[in-house]
Design a protein around this ligand. Sequence first.
Ligand SMILES: [Cu+2]
Length: 133
Amino acid sequence: MLHGRSLAVPAALILSSPAVAQPENWNDARPLTLTLSSFRFEPADIVLEHGVPYRLHLVNSASGGHDFAAREFLAAARIRPQDAPKIRDGRIALSGGESTDVTLIAPTPGTYRLRCTHFMHSAFGMTGRIVVR
Ligand SMILES: [Cu+2]
């Protein structure tokens, strides 16, 4: 009897482990291209569905640097682990001509701000919105 109980404990621990209980189908992520240029995001309004994985393909078509700064969105979204190092301080930085992919699962529904933090870029119109519904 005691032996049977001791076997049940590790099984319960395994089932409650997030890595096992919530497998992510990162390969099924929907592709979404976002272009950064001087001084705009295209598209500037992004609509995502809550709980759906997306592969954000960020392209900086300008010769100078820009960034995808969306602190609240990136903090709330579930980021594919290998893409997490691309995010620093709520931003994904892209040097001129650079592109990168970040795969994530859209967070809680709401409207999240997007902007470029380079000096004066948001004042010149480099802002956007991410709407999760
Ligand atoms: Cu910019």
